[in-house]
Design a protein around this ligand. Structure first.
Ligand code: G3I
Length: 385
């Protein structure tokens, strides 16, 4: 891990108030970042925090670069939403991760409901990527080229792309992205691939198939939409990252980290568990050189996607709805600060892990597989290991 000379001075000056991005950089990472979205940029209190260069050094548009917005009808491209975030990143010297080119969701119906031949859909993918990645050429540190292609069991998700083209849609997309923006790092991005298992093994096969087809893939983005008390162990997180590197990814990153409560409001003990979970993910990234940084999927509970998708759940981020820092913020900054000063950081939990329900009721009987619920697929209950 690279240590910067002024770290000790930085920590001496800032002490406990040293902030996430400056600490992450001092610990040898490229960034600590937060996604954002267009509507939120009208909130002055929100923008003040997001634009603090010590706190966040990277951003990702939560929506504006998706197909639904960039090519809502065939051949008609629109970049106003994506440009607003790209320009915001530029103005504030933030690294921009671009998201996303080929995804089954937020895909206009002219694509998803069309009846295409292989040649037609290949051309549609290539044209979309040539235009969108071409438009942002030179501005994106990385592109999430293909997003969420896998089911939980490691098979391919049904989508117009897979139905018409089979697995070949993935190398087609990566080759088109490499041509459109040769300097952008090209990522496969998905949820529930933070841990080892069927979906992680399938991700390894995706890396292999892109390379075998003569394409370029640089990184794996692990979304990391996690649940308080069910975060994978540091060891498993590291094992998954190391497997991607061994398969040929030169870098990995947490692209959409949030750790949600399945029932609200959180208890004080729950907030401590959440803090421990965030610390575990941060430590795992620090332990793997190829892990270049961490992006949280927005930084405040005020603008989290979770309550819309999972009603009754949330409180998943580092700042609460009133922009107060939560125990999880302190945990992340503590772990980063320890790494920045050359220490390994606490190797066990920062706080006592106590899992309680807000009602004190016995734990419910769970039927869903432990990692099957993230990413907005409609799961509403608890999970089994
Ligand atoms: O743009 C419309 C607006 O015109 C309308 O007035 C408003 C009314 O609800 O909806 C707006 O669209 C919403 C859009 O976000 C922009 O705010 C959609 O309803 C809403 O479904 C959409 O949610 C986004 C979600 O992806 C869609 O799947 C979330 O903001 C975004 O954070 C979330 O991000 C995804 C990543 O891209 C991929 N990984 C999972 C992650 C969480 O689901």
């Amino acid at each position: 891990m690279r240590l910067l000379a002024p770290v000790a001075a930085l920590l001496a000056v800032h002490g406990a108030s040293a902030q996430l991005h400056q600490l992450a950089v001092a610990a040898g990472k490229m960034y600590f970042g937060s996604a954002t979205d267009n509507g939120e940029l009208n909130d002055a209190a929100y923008v003040r925090i997001l634009t603090d260069p010590n706190e966040f050094g990277q951003t990702t548009p939560g929506n504006g670069q998706k197909w639904q917005y960039t090519q809502p009808s065939r051949g008609s491209f629109s970049y106003s939403s994506g440009d607003q975030i790209a320009n915001f990143a530029k103005t504030n010297n933030m690294i921009l991760r671009c998201h996303t080119l080929v995804w089954h969701s937020q895909l206009p119906s002219w694509v998803s409901s069309g009846s295409w031949t292989k040649e037609q859909l290949t051309s549609i993918i290539e044209t979309h990527i040539a235009n969108v990645a071409g438009h942002y050429r030179g501005q994106c540190y990385a592109w999430d080229v293909v997003n969420e292609a896998l089911n939980e069991d490691g098979t391919f998700r049904t989508s117009v792309f897979y139905t018409v083209l089979g697995e070949s849609f993935i190398p087609i997309a990566f080759k088109a992205a490499a041509a459109a923006d040769p300097d952008a790092k090209l990522y496969y991005n998905d949820y529930n691939i933070e841990n080892t298992g069927a979906k992680q093994a399938a991700t390894l096969r995706i890396i292999g198939s892109i390379k075998q087809a003569g394409g370029r893939i640089d990184g794996v983005g692990m979304q990391a939409h996690l649940i308080v008390g069910s975060t994978p162990s540091q060891r498993n997180l590291e094992a998954a990252m190391n497997s991607y590197v061994a398969a040929g990814a030169s870098e990995v990153t947490y692209t959409e980290l949030d750790i949600r409560f399945s029932s609200l409001p959180p208890t004080a003990a729950g907030l401590r568990t959440q803090a421990d979970d965030y610390a575990t993910v941060t430590r795992a990234c620090l332990a793997v050189d190829a892990c270049i940084g961490i992006t949280i999927w927005d930084f405040t509970d005020k603008y989290s996607w979770i309550p819309n998708t999972f009603p009754g759940q949330g409180a998943a981020l580092l700042y609460d709805e009133n922009f107060s820092k939560k125990p999880a913020w302190t945990a992340v900054s503590t772990v980063l600060a320890a790494a920045a000063t050359g220490g390994p950081g606490p190797s066990t939990t920062l706080t006592t892990v106590t899992t309680t329900t807000t009602t004190g009721a016995p734990a419910p009987t769970c039927t869903a597989a432990k990692w099957g619920q993230c990413g907005g697929d409609g799961w509403t209950g608890c999970t089994i290991a």
